[in-house]
Design a protein around this ligand. Sequence first.
Ligand code: C5P
Length: 211
Amino acid sequence: MVIAVDGPAASGKGTLARKLAAHYGFAYLDTGSLYRAVGHAVTSAGHDPADEMAALAAARNLDLSKIDERAIRTAEAGAAASIVAAMPPVRAAILDLQRNFAHNPPNGLRGAVLDGRDIGTVVCPDAKAKLFVTARPEIRARRRWLELNNSGSGITEAQVLEDIRERDRRDAERAASPMKPADDAHLLDTSDLSIEAAFGAAVAIIDKALG
Ligand code: C5P
């Protein structure tokens, strides 16, 4: 039983997906953290994120248990992630890992929630329920800026908005698994919703989809 939650940066999909996993008793995988970990591994080793050989080597060596959660949450890691994520060999290298998690959730759990950009279209096209979570770019920039500022980053809100627009463009326009809603995905715009209201709307959609 797989629930796919896709959408752009800071749309609220991660918070929603985590809450949905707890609600249904499913395992949770934040697939963006995989691309972030690859981007971070490449840049912290002194390579350009556009260096495909370095990115592929990092993707092949990716170890879920060794991801440094703090290091991958920076704006730089997010930008590097969207560069390495446009490389088909990098995506191929971590596709099996994602599918394996979805079809054999850890700890004997009976389902999984995966969030990302291409879960409903490419990673798990047969997912029982698919959500595509969006929010206006200005709202997303405000949320991400607050998050980054809480962790002590000096970045401005205008810079975060610019980064988000650039990342949206790169994610939506790339040839390999571009970010887009699956034909059978339910759209959920969280711009004017509290976390609780968005969660309630998501559960209503998913309960119906799971029957
Ligand atoms: O979701 P998050 O912002 O952490 O994702 C970081 C980057 O990883 C995205 O901008 C996108 O380029 C990439 N990504 C992807 N496919 C996914 C998840 C994330 O291409 N399934």
